[in-house]
Design a protein around this ligand. Structure first.
Ligand code: ADP
Ligand code: MG
Length: 347
């Protein structure tokens, strides 16, 4: 005999009642949305004089998250931040998202509701409305694809292309924390696991992995005041993402290893496990901090504005001619080539 289907299972609810429920709970409208969830396409009124920014990011079970230590709320939250962060890295203002979902039958209606609660938390904070999506059953794991629309003033977008030799290289926040948090979550699955750092540091690192922050205010500061020549958000790790800026801008860079902003918690965990904190700072992905370049003559103005807005930013190096390559200055003053050890799909 087949097992009874729980009342709130997706099988019972079905696609259309699920969509209606998502619309009721999460599909709040706002000026500019002429038609949101519920028709064949959303209709929105573009803001006059703005350019549209569009990006999409996918999270899939087994590659981007492990259901043994992330709950649906976390998955939704991270899917939202990955997308908001792309708009932040362009210096834009996020407006709308669409969420497409392939859900395994094991995820019940409550699981989907929690996923959407996680998804909408950072979106609502950023005044970003859900205007559509797509829903399918999945024969394998869960996949969430979020598409985001945002706006930017013409000619103000922060691209990867504009860095110039002599510009100062900055990074926001601290780096390596999300990687450290992930290592900690993975390690804690082992039955023999014991916490090698304080509970306070562990909470901080787990939160940096599960609840990253999109640096939207900083992106807007950089674009509206024309302070940055290039920017990218750190999804693959500093070494890999700096390489993207250097390649697109046809420049080199020198990074001062002693200047890299590492949190005490990240240092503590790396050290406890016999790793180099520097390696985590360079290769750790998914911090969603911004890496950007500021011309020397705008440096003082930028630092004044950033500190007035409460944004933590650190100068970590300089852009140089392409022929210098991408180098790392070590504590003893010697320099060496910085290798990109970031994650690359299919490799
Ligand atoms: P279609 O058959 O035209 O693709 P759907 O039945 O898939 O239409 O979708 C109906 C409406 O519900 C559309 O507005 C769509 O954007 C929205 N929608 C579908 N799935 C989701 C979802 N997972 N999250 C948010 N909106 C959704
Ligand atoms: Mg559809």
């Amino acid at each position: 005999m087949a097992a009874p289907v729980p009342r709130r299972s997706l099988k019972n609810l079905g696609e259309f009642r699920l969509i209606a429920a998502l619309k009721r709970r999460f599909g709040d409208t706002r000026p500019g949305v002429i038609c949101g969830i519920g028709d064949d396409a959303a209709e929105i009124r573009p803001s006059p004089g703005s350019h549209l920014l569009v990006s999409t990011d996918l999270l899939t079970e087994g590659i981007h998250f492990d259901p043994r230590f992330v709950v649906p709320y976390d998955i939704g939250y991270r899917a939202a931040v990955a997308n908001l962060s792309d708009i932040a890295a362009m210096g834009g203002e996020p407006l709308y998202i669409l969420a497409a979902l392939a859900a395994p039958p094991t995820l019940d209606a409550e699981g989907i509701r929690r996923l959407y609660r996680g998804l909408m938390r950072p979106c609502r904070q950023a005044n970003t409305a859900l205007i559509g999506g797509d829903t399918s059953a999945s024969a394998t794991g869960l996949t969430v694809t979020v598409t985001i629309l945002g706006r930017i003033e013409p000619h103000r977008a922060l691209t990867r292309r504009g860095a110039q030799s002599g510009d100062v290289l900055y990074v926001s926040g601290t780096i390596g924390d999300a990687h450290a948090g992930l290592q900690l979550l993975q390690a804690s699955l082992a039955p023999t696991f014991s916490l090698p750092i304080s509970a306070h540091h562990a909470r901080f690192l787990r939160a940096r992995h599960l609840r990253p922050t999109a640096r939207l205010a900083l992106g807007r500061l950089l674009s509206t005041h024309r302070l940055a020549t290039a920017a990218i958000d750190l999804s693959d790790g500093l070494a890999g993402d700096l390489r993207h800026i250097c390649q697109e801008s046809s420049v080199g860079a020198i990074v001062d290893s002693t200047a890299l902003p590492l949190s005490p918690a990240c240092r503590a965990l790396a050290t406890a496990w016999g790793h180099q904190p520097l390696d985590w700072a360079l290769a750790g992905g998914e911090d969603y901090e911004l890496l950007f370049t500021v011309p020397q003559h705008r440096r003082r103005r930028f630092e004044r504005l950033a500190s007035a807005c409460g944004e933590r930013v650190t100068a970590i190096g300089m852009i140089c001619p392409k022929s210098n390559g991408i180098r790392l200055r070590m504590p003893d003053g010697t320099t060496r080539t910085m290798r990109a050890k970031s994650y690359e799909h299919f490799r």
